[in-house]
Design a protein around this ligand. Structure first.
Ligand SMILES: [Zn+2]
Length: 64
């Protein structure tokens, strides 16, 4: 675990941006990708990983 991640309690990782995000902010971050129609892959606190293909699919707000 990187120091920045531990200090800020950022436990969600966006593989698309290669950045860590706080669990409270990851939903907004994913919405940003959705708005930009970008694919995004996000790993959540428990290690579960989801990929959203916003570039290829109809605009939806599917949640895991
Ligand atoms: Zn991202």
């Amino acid at each position: 675990m990187e120091p920045e991640q531990r200090m800020a309690r950022k436990t969600c990782y966006c593989s698309t941006c290669k950045k860590w995000y706080h669990p409270m902010g990851i939903a907004r971050h994913r919405a940003m990708h959705r708005d930009k129609r970008e694919d995004c892959t996000i790993r959540f606190t428990r290690g579960d990983t989801y990929t959203w293909k916003y570039s290829a699919s109809e605009p939806t707000d599917a949640k895991p």
